[in-house]
Design a protein around this ligand. Structure first.
Ligand code: F6P
Length: 501
């Protein structure tokens, strides 16, 4: 079947997957290790800056081969090439998805020009400001926020970066707290430049009197009309989805707060991962195999969610970032052609940084009734802070993965651990800009592969629209106006209860 055809007809590959799943459901993880002494190496795969060990997953070569057959039937290679050749992979919006072009070493001329403009602006503005306030939400917030946090060790000293996204005013009030407006740059990041939360926050901060205004947007005229000097409007384009926009001008704050060249190094790492994803066959392709494991856990074994645990304080925002990337991309109920899906393209992504999470929800992971697969990520390179901490971080990550699998018998039921619980252990080679770029590109391509396996379009997000429309319709009633006709009794009661005094 080629990349343009309907994929929702019953797919015989699923019968083979179901057979493998029935076999493996009856097999203990430790027995898989006992049966194959090479398992740890055989199920560890590498890509630029990243390795992943799937050996503690309830999967083996025949099961992976069955998923590879599904990938073939869903034309994984065709869709992958369609994305990388700029084809319309986002058919519902008539768009290509070319976020990868933002990190290409030979980018389109408009991308190169925007990058040069950002680099020059960053150099200049660092002389004038000591603070940057970045306002945006969703994809216009989570990416740069993660990058700034993750590359904190590389930050330019003396430049503070504050973020606010929420329309709860506490967020934006905290963002400017203690800053000097005459030494502050306000960046408004919004692809559409129509997002209620971002514009409300931007108006508040603009009224506070920041010395400089800039915008990152795909709607430059709207930014200019709002009052951003045309020279300070940094474009991106329709073919960059919001949650894939951290490679674009949305990361202007990172250009400013990271040393010259650091953002470029991140693009280089991402491009390395793009090259791997684009060329490696499915069975050696790390993003694709990782997508296969996710789909296997969810659709073949029935685990609805997975916990993402970065054993790295600097990657503590990764779960929040991944929630948007995976669930806004793949949280869909219909195929590309609008047919209802029998199998989902994503489950629930959740998690928090280890070791902190061990002291909260790991109880559920170890002894809860249902198994929840876990993905642990460590930084195998240099660590910051006291040197002795590094080994402790690793000991904890390894111990958790091992404890989940091995469990513990006990005469006392409350002290017993069922074990036989799956995890993936991944390592980046350093917390460098290159490795961060590669890691984030890895996750983008994994998300894309899951969409291909399920036959959906991961690049639209109509599911977020209805709530936005209703919020706009209800707002006047909360500001003292009439309750709109036809509102349900519960909402009407709440409108009365919360109406402005
Ligand atoms: O919440 C939906 C969404 O459209 C996201 O996809 C997007 O990243 C976010 O809102 C912000 O949109 P914008 O960049 O247009 O302000």
């Amino acid at each position: 079947m080629d990349a343009n055809q309907n994929q929702t007809r019953p797919n015989p590959a699923w019968a083979a997957i179901a057979t493998e799943a029935e076999r493996l459901k009856r097999t203990k993880l430790l027995d898989l290790f006992a049966a194959d002494p090479t398992r740890a190496e055989a199920l560890t795969f590498a890509a630029p800056h990243l390795i992943a060990d799937f050996s503690k997953q309830r999967i083996d070569a025949p099961a992976l081969a069955a998923v590879a057959k599904l990938a073939e039937a869903m034309d994984f290679e065709g869709w992958r090439e369609k994305m990388f050749s700029g084809g319309i992979v986002n058919a519902t919006e008539g768009r290509s998805a070319m976020h990868w072009a933002l990190r290409a070493s030979d980018p389109p001329p408009e991308v190169r020009a925007a990058q040069a403009k950002m680099a020059a602006f960053a150099q200049r503005i660092r002389r004038d400001v000591d603070s940057v306030v970045h306002l945006g939400i969703g994809g216009s917030d989570l990416g740069p926020r993660l990058i700034i946090d993750a590359l904190g060790a590389h930050r330019v000293r003396g430049i503070k970066v504050r973020f606010a996204a929420n329309v709860d005013g506490a967020d934006v009030r905290d963002a400017i707290d203690g800053l000097n407006p005459s030494r502050t740059l306000l960046i408004v990041a919004s692809k559409t430049f129509t997002t209620q939360e971002t514009l409300a926050n931007a108006e508040f901060v603009r009224a506070w009197g920041p010395a400089h205004l800039a915008a990152a947007t795909a709607a430059p005229e709207k930014a200019v009309a709002w009052g951003v000097p045309r020279d300070n409007v940094f474009p991106f384009w329709d073919w960059v989805g919001g949650r894939y926009s951290l490679w674009s001008s949305v990361s202007l704050a990172c250009f400013i707060a990271l040393p010259t060249g650091a953002f470029h190094r991140q693009l280089v790492g991402a491009e390395e991962m793009d090259a791997h994803f684009r060329s490696a066959p499915f069975m050696r392709n790390l993003p694709a195999l990782s997508a296969a494991i996710q789909m296997w856990n969810r659709e073949a074994l029935g685990h609805e969610s997975y916990a993402l645990i970065p054993y790295s304080e600097r990657l503590r925002l990764l779960p929040a970032y991944m929630q948007q990337l995976e669930m806004e991309s793949n949280g869909k109920g219909v195929s590309r052609d609008g047919e209802r899906l029998a199998r989902s393209a994503c489950g629930v992504t959740w998690g928090a940084a280890g070791t902190n999470a061990q002291h909260s929800f790991f109880q559920l992971l170890h002894q809860g009734v249902r198994e929840i697969p876990v993905e642990l990520l460590v930084n195998a390179g240099a660590h910051e802070g006291p040197p002795a901490h590094r080994a402790k971080v690793f000991a904890n990550a390894l111990a958790q993965a091992r404890a989940l699998m091995v469990g513990k018998t006990s005469g006392e039921p409350h002290r017993a651990f069922p074990g036989d619980r799956a995890s993936t252990l991944m390592a980046i080679d350093a917390l460098s800009p290159e490795a961060l770029g590669a890691l984030l590109a890895f996750y983008e391509h994994r998300t894309f592969t899951q969409a291909v396996l399920a036959g959906i379009n991961p690049f639209d997000q109509f599911g977020v629209e209805l709530g936005k429309e209703m919020a706009n319709a209800l707002l006047p009633a909360l500001e003292g106006g009439q309750t709109p006709a036809g509102v349900d009794a519960s909402t009407a009661t709440w409108l009365r209860r919360l109406r402005a005094q």
